[in-house]
Design a protein around this ligand. Sequence first.
Ligand code: 5GP
Length: 191
Amino acid sequence: MKLLCDRILHDGHVFPGNVLKVDSFLNHQIDPALLDAMGAEFYRLFEKEGVTKVLTVEASGIAIAIETARYFGVPMVFAKKSQSSNLDAEVFSAPVISYTHHQTYNVMVSRRYLSPDDRVLIVDDFLARGQALLGLIDIVRQAGATVVGCGIAIEKGFQEGGKLIRESGIRLESLAVVESMSDDAVILRNQ
Ligand code: 5GP
């Protein structure tokens, strides 16, 4: 997606540990027009899949997922990373090793918000080692629902997550794929 690729090249910064910082438009300050365009693109890619729910994990997936869900006209559900009095006692849960926080979270979704007749599009901001997606896929399967695919804003193509998800037979669409990055350059695929 040209709009997103241009923005990564213009405003992205590489941090130690293979972390691409995009917090001026995606992860902290958010550009609503760009996120709206990303939602429209995911809709174009998955519109024939009969999506009934868009699922992500808090926090940085939420903005993209809500724009996407708005195009599909379906609810957006986000998995929570901590227990709270807001969360039902009955949850689907799966462990996720966080790439950026170097910590394992139990991500949780109330059993009320996923059911066997759901066709779920999973959306997230980044794909690195695939841990977040695998956790969310696990939750959808616990609910007996169907994963129709995964939509990722930025896939780091030099890490193993993309291969892992595609080899599992799940459709994966990434709006931008980072081929490689170093302290002073980000190289995108097909740019
Ligand atoms: P994975 O679970 O695929 O290893 O990592 C994906 C999760 O880690 C995403 O939800 C995202 O929040 C975070 N993440 C992974 N790599 C990066 C990165 O390069 N930059 C940022 N900002 N977040 C990342």
